[in-house]
Write a protein of this length. Structure first.
Length: 255
């Protein structure tokens, strides 16, 4: 079935106008193919990259045909055999689908690099602007929609890694992952906070959450150094008092 869909999509477009039925056929085939893309797996991302290539090929063909049609009109030919308006509409639609596919793929690949599983939300449209996208993630976090928070903050940190709120977004993503009990993924995200945003205001919080994740994984000996580092290197932090209590408790129970 997949091979059949792929063949339908990569078949070169015939010259002439993009008829209504042909456009609908291609749209249906592409929708069927995209429905099989699971961006949580590497196989799914490879499949999505094929969709991206197909859309790029189709876009290039449409741009070529539009250019040829305009050139014919400029030469004085009134009958090009091509409906320019429909061709422009088709071009715009494919551009939109290509941009959306690239954005989702980019976000998924960035999440995969962190070892974070991000389930796609069918029909969800995320804000484009940096503050709006952060707010969308924060709203999901406050609503305890942990999966949604991970998904949106993953998109945010991928798109705006240099934004002032980027370290906060990474940290909140890590907290959401902890709530999902995906402790290893939370640890990997916290490593980004500690390594790339070491001068940010979430470093002390990241040390505490690192400790909590390792304790949850029953690795108390790996947990304690994070609190010891916080206490020694960030003595003015508001988290120090809490860190000292946690450290004492962990030392009592650690075996």
């Amino acid at each position: 079935m997949r091979a059949h869909l792929a063949l339908l999509l990569i078949t070169p477009l015939v010259s002439g106008c993009v008829t209504h039925w042909r456009g609908k056929e291609i749209e249906a085939n592409l929708a069927a193919l995209q429905a099989q893309v699971d961006l949580q797996s590497e196989q799914g991302r490879a499949h999505a990259r094929k969709v991206e290539e197909m859309l790029e090929t189709r876009l290039g063909d449409l741009e070529r045909r539009l250019g040829e049609a305009i050139a014919q009109l400029q030469k004085g030919s009134a009958d090009t055999g091509i409906d320019l308006e429909k061709l422009r509409d088709e071009l715009k639609r494919v551009q939109g689908e290509l941009a959306e596919t690239r954005e989702k793929l980019k976000t998924s690949e960035a999440a995969a690099e962190l070892g974070v599983t991000v389930a796609p939300a069918p029909g969800e449209t995320l804000p484009e602007a940096e503050p709006d996208l952060y707010r969308a993630g924060y709203d999901k976090y406050k609503a305890q929609d942990w999966e949604g928070a991970v998904r949106v903050f993953s998109a945010y940190t991928n798109k705006f890694p240099g934004a002032p709120q980027a370290d906060n977004a990474f940290y909140l993503m890590a907290e959401a992952l902890t709530q999902r009990e995906d402790f290893p993924a939370s640890i990997r995200v916290l490593q980004v906070v500690l390594q790339k945003y070491s001068s940010g205001d979430k470093v002390d919080d990241a040390h505490v959450l690192m400790h909590d994740n390792f304790v949850a994984m029953k690795r108390c000996k790996d947990a304690m150094p994070f609190l010891e580092t916080l206490i020694a290197e960030f003595p003015s932090s508001s988290r120090v008092a809490d860190a000292k209590k946690k450290l004492a408790a962990t030392k009592r129970t650690c075996r």
